[in-house]
Design a protein around this ligand. Sequence first.
Ligand SMILES: [Zn+2]
Length: 445
Amino acid sequence: MKFGVLSQRGLSSQNLGVAVLPVPSSSISPAPSPSTLTLSFQRSELPRGSVPDTDAETPLGESSLTESPCVEIPLSAAASTNLSTSNSAGFPQKVAPNFPLISRRSVLQGGARCALGGMAGAVAGACGLRSEAWAAPAPSLGVTWRPVQFSGRDYLPLEQVGRFYGMGTVQRAGKECLLGSGEKTLRGAADSTDFFISRIKCVLSYPLAEVGASVCISRLDLVKLVEPVLRPFKIDGAERVETIVLDAGHGGSDRGAVGRLGDEKTFTLDVAMRTGQLLSRAGYKVVFTRTSDEFVSLEERVQVANRLSRALFISVHFNSGGSGSGVETFALSPRGVPSMSNEGARVSDFGVYPGNSRDPENTAWATAAHAAMIARCGMIDRGIKRARFYVIRESNLPSVLIEGGFLSHSEDMQRIASPWYRQQLAGSILEAVRNYRRAVGGSLT
Ligand SMILES: [Zn+2]
C-alpha cells in the first residue's frame, strides 16, 4: 500500500503485536446442547448471521432493544455435524466448529509466546496444544441478552457471550479476560481494542469496556466480528465459492511502495500469479484484475469483481512506512465503525457502501485469509483491521485486502523478495479459500 495511490484514508502503523495466549489449566464443562436459545434482542440485533444484517450501530442509541420481544434461535444448524453435510465431498470432514476459519496450524503458530501472567498457570512450554479433535460447540440454554450502555453504545457482558457460545465462565486477571480453553478462546482486555480469537489478533471497532463487575464487548463487535468468525455457517445468503478474484495491487506507472529489492507492484503481481496457479490446480476459477505490469484503475478492478457471483475478492499489497513490520488484513468497516488512519486516528463514516452488504462474509473471509497468512508466513501479527479502501468498499463480493509485510523493513523486505515467501503467501490464500468455503458453505444452487 502506498498512501494516496488507493485514495484511501491510509493505514494504521499502530497495534504491533504478536498473538499470544495461555492455555488455561481449567477446562470448561460443556452444557448440553439445546435446540433453541431464547433472546430478548429484536431480530436485527441478534448475534447471529442468519438475519439480515445491514444496519450497523448508529449513534442514536438502541432503546428498542430492551422493549423487543423474545425470539428463539434454532440452534440445530449450528451443530458441528451439519457442517460437513452442507459441504461438498472432497473437503475434509473434520472441521473446527467453533473456529472453522482458523486452521489448527494457525493456532499452533500463535502459541510461541504466552502472556496474561500466571492467570492460567501457563508458561511458554505449556502452549503446546492438545492434539485431540475440536469439541462440538455446546451453547448454553436460555441466554437472555442484557445489554448495558457504555459511551452511548450497547455492550454485552462477556459472561453472556461465554454462555451463548458455550465457552464457560470468564477468567479475569485485572483488565484481561479469557473465555474458553485450549484452542477455542476469546481474549481481550478492558479499554483495549486488541482482541484475540483463538490467538488470531483482531482489532475491535470499540475497546472492551469495564461496566460494573463485568468486562463487556460492544454489540457491534459481537455481531460484526465475533459472530461471523464463530459461526460462519450461520451467515445468511452466503454463496458457495467457485471463483476467486486476485487483485495484484498497483501496476504500470503506479509502483506502489518502493523497496530496495523491488517495487510493490512487482511483488503483488508475482503473488497473484502464484496464487492463481495454486487455485486453478485446486479446481477453482481464477480471475485476475491484471496479469502484467500495467496500470489498472481502482474502478476497473472493482468492475471485474462486480461482474461475478459466487466469488471472493482479495487484493494483495505490501506495506511501507515507519518502523512497521508484519502482516495485516483489512475488511471493510461496517457502517458507523471507525476506519483506521495512518495516524492511528479513527474516522467514523455513516455511509452505506456496496461492500457493507457483505459485512459478515467480509469478516469471515478476512479471518480465514489472516489466520492462514499468520500460520504460513511466520510474520508478526498486526491483526485483522477495518478500513474503507476503495476496492473493498465498492465490491459486491466478500472482499479483503492483505498487506503481506513491509518493504520498508529490512527483514520483511528480504522475505518479500524471496520467491519462497511469496509462494507461502500464495499457499496461504489457497488455504484460506478452502477454509472459508468449508466454513461458510453456502447455497448449493
Ligand atoms: Zn499497496
